[in-house]
Design a protein around this ligand. Structure first.
Ligand code: PLP
Length: 229
């Protein structure tokens, strides 16, 4: 049996210790509990333990799980952490408070257009493909500065940058790289936050300045094998 309450307490304690060790305030680092593939009951347990911010990687799955939970917990916040197809933008804006995977110009245009139409502009993080992996989403690092400027010009609320380091490389290098891209594109009026760090490396990410860490298995235990959809 996975004890989600106990796991959450452990993750929060480790996050706080990592923040303190890095001379940062523990309150400055937020936990996004990644509930993809987990049943709604698991999210309910996390909610009962005080967790309010969740991450999902698929629009359809979020739509099946979260409206009912949100009705009971209006202060719940949902982040999209998986790729977003432009034909799902409208649905995504109705479901998610934060889009962490703004990764290409076409999506930026679709988000800006829908935001204007609906009068609701979501907070966005730009996903950077720091490892330049062909199979991975994200804007290439060499295109990041121009893309950030372009998203801002379109009126999108660019809150920060997000990355998923290659599995076989030292995550710290990628965290430092993302931090540098954020630093040079931040202004006093528009600072860029960092979404980086998963179950295996969130303490390292906090050391490198993560403002959000996205932890799935560390909170919910191993993901169930997904039933064929
Ligand atoms: C699944 C996922 C996570 C969480 O991964 P864990 O290793 O289970 O903590 C974080 N970020 C993204 C983008 C993911 O897809």
């Amino acid at each position: 049996m996975v004890d989600i309450t106990e796991n959450l307490a452990e993750v929060r304690a480790r996050m706080a210790a990592a923040a303190t060790a890095a001379a940062r305030s523990p309150e400055d680092v937020a936990l996004v509990a990644v509930s993809k593939v987990q049943p709604a009951e698991a999210v309910e347990q996390a909610l009962a333990a005080g967790q309010r911010v969740f991450g999902e990687n698929r629009v359809q799955e979020a739509k099946a799980k979260f409206p009912a939970l949100r009705a009971v917990h209006p202060d719940l916040r949902l982040h999209l952490i998986g790729p977003l197809q432009t034909n799902k933008v409208k649905e995504a804006l109705a479901l998610f408070d934060v889009i962490e995977t703004l990764d290409r110009p076409k999506l930026a245009r679709a988000l800006a257009k829908e935001a204007e139409k609906s009068g609701h502009s979501p907070d966005c993080f730009i996903q950077v493909n720091t490892g330049e992996e062909p199979q991975k989403a994200g804007i290439m690092p060499r295109d990041a500065d121009a893309f950030i400027a372009d998203c801002r010009d379109q009126g999108l609320n660019v809150k920060g940058l997000m990355c998923i380091p290659p599995v076989d490389e030292a995550a710290a290098l990628h965290f430092a790289f993302l931090r540098e891209i954020a630093r040079r594109n931040s202004t006093p009026d528009a600072p860029l936050a960092l979404s980086m760090g998963m179950s295996g490396d969130y303490e390292t990410a906090i050391r490198f300045g993560a403002d959000l860490v996205r932890v799935g298995t560390g909170v919910f235990g191993p993901r169930p094998v997904k039933p064929a959809a």
